[in-house]
Design a protein around this ligand. Structure first.
Ligand SMILES: Nc1ncnc2c1ncn2[C@@H]1O[C@H](COP(=O)(O)OP(=O)(O)O)[C@@H](O)[C@H]1O
Ligand SMILES: [Mg+2]
Length: 395
């Protein structure tokens, strides 16, 4: 028997409770970074080291790439941290790891062949609100001892709420306050939602059920003038059939002021430069101001750069839209009254939903040119401070 000195959180104790009381299904519902995933993994590892023999333990979520980048990543991080990892026990092609005679298998529900017909003793379904009811039914039916589920309760309805009335299901809650390992920076960034987005605060802070809200931004108000403290930044989105959009921003951690400067379709590079020159004549921009423009149009950026404007391309990258949204949601946003088109875009900017009316963590890409320009202006700030949240993760 191996005993490890591993520090754990209440989530670990929740697993013990569910298992010792022979519950076939355990739900760990909670806010962002409440230590759910990490401590469920530690518990599974600890059990495999000390008590279990010949068990099959499956760990999954909806899509394999997210398994690989999150829960499987954490699993190996924990093993390495405690010097438990051994290359010999790791089948990297099949994503299988052995602890003693116990086998851990990692997969995504998008790997159809791996889902059907597999039996196991224990399953951990990570971010279970990505699954539909049938996915869950299939997995649960083929699990002999214990199904563990974790998620952020970001939806108003779902099978993972419906099953909670069943006798065989035990439910636990946790929030970021249950996680003493959380860096101060992340704690603060979760608490920022308290001021800016009530629904996000409920779900990701307090871990209580969200209300269906499809509008993405509600943390903004109108101001008369573009005036205040902060760093001056410009963002530009290029279009031809669509509008070319330019905003200027005063960025301060306590609040972001935005002003719409340009919103016009059918602009070639030359015409864009003309528009910039007009703005320069009115003192709304100078050659020295930093403009971040959509890197999808490098030739336009080149043209504007050659006309002496200080423009650079965006970096974007994986999950950048979500990161930008989360970043903006943590701030109070002040929009100048004259930014008529931006106000329209903010009002109509919504999350996509799927055929079951579940809200997805992607915005509807429609009428978002000024919003994109705003994201570009703030891209560097978002990259500096934002962390990836859950699936969205945000989680
Ligand atoms: N027992 C622990 N030991 C060390 N670090 C931990 C522990 N539990 C949580 N953490 C840290 O907290 C972070 C967030 O925990 P995580 O389990 O990912 O939260 P959740 O799944 O609830 O969003 C982890 O990435 C890890 O850095
Ligand atoms: Mg998690």
């Amino acid at each position: 028997m191996v005993t490890l000195k591993i520090q754990t959180t209440k989530v670990y104790d929740d697993c013990e409770t569910a298992y010792n009381q022979n519950y076939p299904v355990m739900i760990e519902e909670g806010g962002s970074r409440s230590s759910k995933t990490y401590n469920i993994l530690i518990w599974l590892i600890q059990k495999s080291l000390s008590d279990w023999d010949n068990k099959i333990i499956d760990i999954c979520r909806k899509a394999f790439p997210s398994v690989r980048d999150t829960v499987m990543f954490d699993f190996f991080e924990i093993l390495r941290r405690y010097n438990l990892y051994s290359e010999n026990n790791h089948n990297k092609t099949e994503n299988i790891y052995k602890i003693g005679n116990n086998i851990f298998r990692f997969f995504g529900l998008d790997q159809e062949q791996k889902v059907r017909g597999r039996k196991r003793n224990i399953i951990f379904i990570n971010e279970a609100n990505e699954l539909n009811p049938d996915d869950y039914k299939q997995l649960n039916q083929r699990t002999e001892e214990l199904t563990i589920i974790d998620y952020n309760p970001s939806t108003e309805f779902g099978w993972y709420y419906d099953i909670q009335t069943q006798d065989e299901v035990i439910v636990f809650h946790s929030t970021y306050k249950d996680n003493p390992f959380l860096p101060e920076r992340i704690r603060k960034s979760i608490e920022a939602y308290k001021e800016t987005d009530e629904n996000y605060w409920r779900v990701f802070g307090l871990g209580i059920r969200g209300v269906s809200k499809t509008t993405i931004f509600s943390n903004w108000s109108l101001v008369d003038e573009f005036k205040g403290e902060g760093e001056l930044l410009y963002g530009m989105d290029f279009g031809f059939n669509n509008e070319t959009a330019l905003v200027r921003v005063l960025y301060h951690p306590k609040g972001i002021i935005v002003d719409e400067l340009l919103y016009k379709s059918e602009l070639t590079s030359d015409l864009m430069i003309e528009e910039l020159n007009k703005l320069r004549d009115s003192g709304l921009i100078t050659y020295a101001d930093t403009i971040t423009g959509d890197s999808a149009r490098p030739e336009v950026i080149q043209d504007i750069f050659k006309a002496d404007y200080n423009i650079k391309g965006t970096r974007k990258g994986k999950d950048s839209v979500l990161r930008n949204i989360n970043f903006l949601k943590k701030h109070k946003l002040y929009v100048t009254k004259r930014s008529i088109n931006l106000i329209k875009e903010l009002k109509s900017y919504k999350w996509k939903s799927d055929k079951d009316n579940r809200i997805l963590d992607q915005p509807v890409k429609l009428n978002d040119h000024l919003i994109d320009a705003l994201f570009y202006a703030l891209e560097d700030k978002a990259n500096e401070t934002e962390f990836a949240v859950g699936s969205v993760s945000w989680t």
